[in-house]
Write a protein that binds this ligand. Structure first.
Ligand code: CA
Length: 491
């Protein structure tokens, strides 16, 4: 390098460095080069159980703030209709059916295959490459083997539980070690710790202590409050650098449990089940409020994308959730199974309002990756896309030509294409076609009179299926205790 050029480079470095670091400190809002991301995921929340989707009996003023500050999605989907596979889709930005995660995993701490495959990358693993600090608070449910512990999957902090439907009161969390093994486990009695009873591994997993990173900790509060308060502390700890927080509430999943403080808000609800459910949702709403308040107090609200959604539709008969006009609920291939309450805020960056084209939980990684400058692996393309240009109308049209779902065990498939939705039930050889624009409740099967469309959509579905593999592990439904439960039900 000639001397004069060398000096020029030095001078320009000298001039630009101080000014760029200054703008980084004081004016993140104008240059959100690496926005923070907070994903607040609820568990089994019904489509119509938030104010922004018209809920009447459960006020959710804080969750509604997200929709009011940003965009509410009327056609927001997850990639599956139950917890584990839906989360596997969100966390990789790819349909779990592509990599064999198509069942709720069993709680097996000694089985490395029972969970997210190691050759898939999580959103936290992607964001780590560009300097983000990532934390997950709450439910994991992507594998209980140590190799799949959040800290081994790109997260820097974990405060939560490895399995599914955790119990909420601290006195019920009686198993210290989350890494117990075996299909049946002795569970200490809650009323008399000198006694214990035999339970399935799954049942035991609901009663473990909460883990902070790798260590069990004795919590003292109602679990939803524990998670909300930890979320606020996470933001405070990481306020100076780009962060990703996955606030993964297990509420309002069963068991239906709430404290008197929250129950007292719902004297107007007579049905006990709905009352408790409402109290649980209200606790989440308080937590969302604390998170949003903290962002505002730290002046981070303009440089933080906040997404709110549920991992699947409400199981209405189980937790008294309400999917409104949508047909069926959790587990179903109909809209109630995987069209969920879904909203996003990014203050000052989004055209506020309602967005009606179909979007997917897979789009969360699709959106943050380019904003954060993540270099993607072309061999494993994301199914999600960057929504920001669509929301700001610099890109026209639908972000997705199609929304897919496959349920391997029941052999049902579906593709949405514009207003049309085809459902194929392979066991009974039935094909159903619905026009969601004028038949949101999927009441009127128009397959017979639209055979051309049925064939066209069948071809799209078949082409997608050639890209998928069979599930890599057995699911909860294959455990002995689950099958016993089913036998009892059928008697
Ligand atoms: Ca769920």
């Amino acid at each position: 390098m000639p001397n004069s050029l060398y000096i020029l480079v030095l001078i320009s470095l000298f001039i630009t460095l101080p000014s760029s670091s200054q703008s980084g400190n004081s004016d993140n809002s104008l240059h959100p080069e690496k926005p923070n991301l907070i994903v607040i995921m609820t568990d089994d929340l019904g489509y119509e159980d938030v104010g922004f989707n018209g809920c009447q009996d459960i006020p959710t003023p804080n969750i509604d703030r997200i929709a009011k500050n940003g965009v509410k999605f009327t056609n927001g989907y997850t990639s599956y209709a139950v917890c584990g596979p839906s989360r596997a889709g969100f966390i990789t930005g790819r349909y779990g059916q592509r990599f064999g995660f198509e069942r709720n995993p069993q709680y097996k701490t000694d089985d490395p295959v029972m969970g997210l495959p190691q050759n898939e990358k999580t959103i936290a693993e992607h964001l780590k490459t560009v300097g983000y600090t990532s934390g997950i608070i709450g439910k994991w449910h992507l594998g209980a083997h140590k190799s799949n512990h959040p800290l081994n999957r790109g997260f820097d902090e974990f405060f939560g539980h490895l399995g599914g439907g955790h119990t909420y009161f601290p006195q019920n969390l009686v198993i210290k070690d989350s890494y117990f093994t075996g299909e049946e486990v002795m569970i200490p009695s809650e009323n008399d710790p000198s006694k214990s009873y035999k339970g399935s591994a799954e049942m035991a997993s609901y009663r473990t202590w909460i883990m902070r990173n790798h260590d069990p900790v004795k919590t003292t509060k109602y679990l939803t409050d524990e998670f909300s308060e930890e979320a606020v502390r996470f933001i405070e700890r990481n306020k100076k650098e780009p962060f990703f927080l996955f606030l993964s509430y297990n509420a309002p999943h069963n068991p239906l449990q709430a404290t008197q403080e929250y129950l007292d808000r719902f004297s107007h609800i007579e049905n006990d089940k709905r009352k408790t459910y409402a109290a649980m949702v209200s606790a989440v709403d308080d937590g969302v409020g604390k998170v949003l308040d903290k962002l505002e107090a730290l002046n981070l609200d303009k440089n933080t994308i906040v997404v709110f959604l549920s991992d699947n539709g409400g199981p209405e008969s189980k937790n008294a959730s309400n999917n409104g006009v949508l047909r069926e609920g959790k587990g179903s291939i109909y809209e109630g199974g995987f069209r969920v309450p879904f909203a996003i805020q990014w203050k000052g960056q989004l055209k506020e309002g309602t967005y009606d084209y179909p979007v997917s939980s897979l789009d969360i990684l699709g959106t943050i990756a380019p904003l954060a400058g993540v270099a993607m692996n072309n061999e494993k393309p994301l199914d999600g896309v960057n929504l920001i240009p669509y929301l700001n109308e610099s890109k026209k049209g639908a972000p997705h030509q199609n929304i897919f779902i496959r349920k391997f065990d029941s052999k049902v498939y579906s593709v949405r294409d514009g207003a049309l939705k085809l459902i194929v039930k392979k066991k009974t050889n039935v094909k159903e076609l619905y026009n969601l624009n004028n038949d949101i409740s999927e009441k009127s099967n128009i397959a017979r009179e639209n055979q051309n469309e049925v064939e066209r959509l069948s071809a799209i579905l078949n082409a997608w299926e050639t890209e998928l593999i069979d599930p890599l592990f057995l699911g909860l439904i294959h455990t002995k205790s689950w099958q016993k439960k089913r036998e009892r039900k059928n008697k």
